[in-house]
Each structure stands twice: as C-alpha cells, then as structure tokens.
Ligand binder design. Sequence first.
Ligand code: FPP
Length: 250
Amino acid sequence: MSLKEQINFDRLPVHIAIIMDGNGRWALQRGEDRIYGHQKGVEAVRTVIEGATELGIKYITLYAFSTENWNRPWNEVEALMELMVHSLTEETDSLVKNNNILKVMGDIERLSPAVRQSLDETLKRTSVCKGMTLVVALSYSSRWEMVKVVKDIAHKAISGEIDPDNIDYGIIEEHLTTKGIPDPELLVRTSGELRISNFLLWQIAYSELYFTETLWPDFGKEELYKAIIDYQKRERRFGKTSEQVHKNES
Ligand code: FPP
C-alpha cells in the first residue's frame, strides 16, 4: 500500500504547522552556499503546499523567518527576504489556481516597504480564494506575539473595554495573530533538531509533535504523508484518561 493510501481521510489534521529547518546544512553538504539551500527550500514549500492542498488540509503554517533570524549575516537576511518576496510574487498565480488564501503573521513593520508592498499584492489577490489557507510566519516569534497580546489587552483594560477579571483563554486567543485559525493538531520540524524555537507556543499546547531527520529541501509529499500517518497513530487525550477518550468515541 502506498503511503498516501495509508492516510485516513476522515481523521486529517485540520492545521499543520511546520518548522522548516536544514536548508543551510543541505547546501553545505553539497559544497554550495546557504542561499542555494534556501532556494531549494522554496521548491519544497511549493511541493508541500501542493501535497497538502491535494489531501484537503485546511491550514498550513510555515515558519519562514523568525524574529531571531534578523541576527543572521545581513547578506543572508537580504537574500532570504528577496527570495520570499520573489517566490510569493511568482507563485501568486498558482496560489490563486489552487484556491489558496495567503496570510502573513509577524512583525511586518520590520520588513522594507518594497517587501510589504509585494506581500500586500499577493495577500489581496488570494483573499478571494476559498481553499487551503497558507500562513507564512515572517519576522515572527511567539514571545514577540505574546508581548503584543499583553500590550493590546492592557490598553483595552485601561480604556475600560476589557475588565481584567474577565480575561480568559478566549480573550487571549482573540488577540493572537492566529485569531480565527484553529490550533495546529500537528507540528512538524525537519532536520533532526528537537526544539520549538519560539514558534506558536500558545497554539501548540496540545499539538502532536513530529520530528524528522530529513532536511527541509528534501521534504516532499511522501514526507508529509509519513508525518500525517504518524499523527493518526497517536491518541490525543487533552489531559483526560485513555478510557475517557474511548468512551467519548463510542
Ligand atoms: C532554516 O534553515 C530555514 C530558514 C531560516 C528559512 C526558511 C525559508 C524558506 C524555505 C523560504 C520560504 C519561502 C516562502 C515563500 C514561504 P537553516 O538556514 O536554519 O538551516 P541550517 O539549520 O541547516 O543552517
């Protein structure tokens, strides 16, 4: 049976988040520079979007550039920005054709006006689509997001719009950059690193974690299927006992 045939389409994760890691190592192993690895990483992005769309996944969130990535050598930062904008612009037609909605989350103010303008165009053109949502985390980190949430809620508390005693999970979620997007059931990280690296810390409270040694440029549809099959073998208890979970299913 092929990997695709092993997938239970009644139990697909609605939202898959991916930490795309290993572009640099993939390139260095081939005697190429890191930028070349990122270029190959974009091809993997394209393949995974296509694969997820075919399966009927509703949301994919990709960690494309973290707040901490601003500290990389400037030529790499510039090349990455250029590459992302270039690819998003180039891919706009196929995103629209695949009915993919693009969303961006992160500290967008830090991006150059040119980058923002080109992002805006893709955002606008895909906003009419109705299929899978592709969320690109750009200049994003979870701690940045949490600071923003706390500030926004504090301002509303001062103005009287929110009563601090009424702050609950729901109010916090309404202020997250992922507002309206369900939490990922599955978080994938490539390249063998066993870390979360400041990604979606609130949202992955109950996500299943899947780590693979595969470097991001080598991550394709088959790798995506493997992650989903592995996820489907897990028992998701959300703090309950196994007996409770099975009783609710019957
Ligand atoms: C991590 O590999 C990867 C990144 C920091 C960049 C990921 C970005 C892309 C693949 C481009 C995405 C483009 C779009 C359009 C969403 P690394 O450089 O940290 O690898 P290393 O750990 O081997 O050095």
